[in-house]
Write a protein that binds this ligand. Structure first.
Ligand code: GDP
Ligand code: ZN
Length: 436
């Protein structure tokens, strides 16, 4: 924290409502001293946690100037979002009103908030852990119902509780481990060491299973990439346009027209999917097209699902990594078995293809884990924990086992922010929008 004048972090403020034009703009402030700022603006502090209609005045000139009439909410700490004294000013959303109030706040020694700074303060004051803070960021970004539910479960602490249970288990095992070291062999029953190793093994297996079952949730949070690949002129661009329902890609009857990958974001099976139309995949001398081919190969590698398109006869060899085979132009040739036959021209088969792609999107984002991890950061921390437990299990000497167990606990603690987080905070909260 930057220290304010009285040794407290300064009062911060930011618009908490969306930036698009709306009737009301919610200006939020937080920090020790928020109370006296509200008092200065309104003349007196309104009742806590109740909406009060007040004139907002700037009083540092010769005459007080009325800035707006606004609903004012006063949330004394620690029972506020940030845990600090906080307030919300529900302003008329005109840019001039917002600017005038922001200027008045700066004159009262408040400063604009950094992205995620409100949530960061909430974390620092123990109002939420890191997993929950990330859940809030995801909830703000959620575009589909499935994403909303997943983010809300995270805000409610689904993952936090699971990781806490694992950390408790590790702590208990570590206590047994320390007992092993403190007491000479003769004094401890031999089964203590066996129980310890069994416990570690069990935890290791549980966490490893969680890692393999949890991948879908991470994909759901970030959205999927589906690459459309195939020879030039088979109708990839036409297909993308038909799926997207608008003219997103250039369609031309000359082979090799689509040189760059063109992306369209849409929702399939309640999952955000970016459809990428790639340039024709074939050997080429043409330099620009060669670049397109390189990019399309890149997209194929990155894609969660590769949709290979061909047109009638001959049936090309199935591309390495192709997940869905689509035969286009069935108005001219029948589709071979094993491919989904469509005609973009007549719309035949398009519903079957849409359903197949939606099923694919749902399957890729489904997970059996109860409270799945949702970010690469989580996966990395759990993998690190698993690695250290694995190393602890392979240690011949109890002393070295203990050190690995402590490292495992540390990695797990970083997930919720219980330990060692300073370096993480900028990354986690820097991704938030301003005003959260
Ligand atoms: P791309 O090179 O694979 O992207 O192919 P395009 O989408 O540019 O389409 C190539 C040509 O095939 C265009 O003239 C399209 O109008 C035509 N085409 C696309 N879909 C169909 C279809 O279902 N039937 C027929 N007969 N022609 C199609
Ligand atoms: Zn094309």
């Amino acid at each position: 924290f930057m220290q304010g004048s009285e040794g407290h972090p300064p009062v911060i403020f930011a618009l908490a409502s969306g930036l698009s034009r709306a009737a009301i703009a919610v200006m939020r402030l937080s920090g020790q001293g928020a109370g006296s700022i509200v008092e200065s603006l309104c003349g007196c502090l309104p009742a806590a946690r109740r909406a009060s209609l007040r004139g907002l005045w700037r009083r540092d000139g010769a005459e007080p100037v009325l800035l707006d009439r606004a609903l004012v909410l006063w949330f004394p700490g620690p029972d506020s979002y940030t845990g600090e004294d906080s307030a919300e000013l529900h302003l008329h959303a005109g840019p001039a009103v917002i600017n005038a109030v922001a200027d008045a706040l700066v004159a009262l020694d408040a400063r604009p908030a950094e992205p995620g700074e409100f949530s960061r303060r909430a974390f620092m004051h123990g109002r939420m852990d890191l997993m929950q803070a990330e859940g809030i960021a995801d909830l703000i970004e959620a575009e589909t119902e499935a994403q909303r539910q997943q983010a809300l479960a995270q805000v409610d602490g689904a993952q936090s509780q699971l990781y806490q249970r694992w950390a408790d288990r590790l702590r208990t095992l570590l206590a047994h481990q320390e007992a092993l070291i403190d007491f000479p062999d003769e004094e401890l029953p031999p089964e203590v060491e066996q129980q310890l190793c069994n416990g570690l093994q069990e935890l290791h297996a549980t966490m490893q299973a969680y890692l393999t079952e949890g991948e879908g949730a991470e994909r759901l949070r970030r959205g999927l990439v589906f690459a459309i690949v195939g020879e030039p002129n088979v109708g990839k661009s036409s297909l993308l346009n038909a799926l997207a329902g608008r003219d997103a890609a250039i369609v031309s009857s000359r082979a090799g027209t689509t040189r760059d990958a063109i992306e369209v974001r849409m929702v399939m099976g309640d999952v955000p999917v970016t459809l990428v139309d790639t340039a024709g995949l074939r050997e080429t001398e043409d330099e620009i097209e060669a670049e397109g081919v390189r990019r399309s190969l890149f997209h194929v590698k990155q894609a969660d699902c590769v949709v290979q398109v061909f047109a009638g006869n001959p049936v090309p060899p199935r591309l390495d990594g192709a997940d869905v085979l689509v035969c286009n132009k069935t108005d001219l040739h029948p589709a071979p078995t094993g491919a989904i036959g469509v005609s973009v021209l007549t719309n035949a088969g398009m519903d079957v293809l849409r359903t197949a792609l939606a099923d694919k999107a749902r399957a890729l984002t489904a997970g059996r884990a109860v409270a799945p991890f949702t970010r690469a950061r989580h996966r990395a921390a759990i993998e690190e924990t698993v690695r250290h437990i694995g190393q602890a299990l392979s240690m011949p000497w109890p002393e070295m086992r203990g050190e690995e167990m402590r490292l495992a606990m540390r990695a797990l603690g970083r997930l919720t922010g219980a330990v060692d987080v300073e370096a993480l905070l900028d990354t986690v909260f820097g991704q938030f929008c301003i005003g959260k």
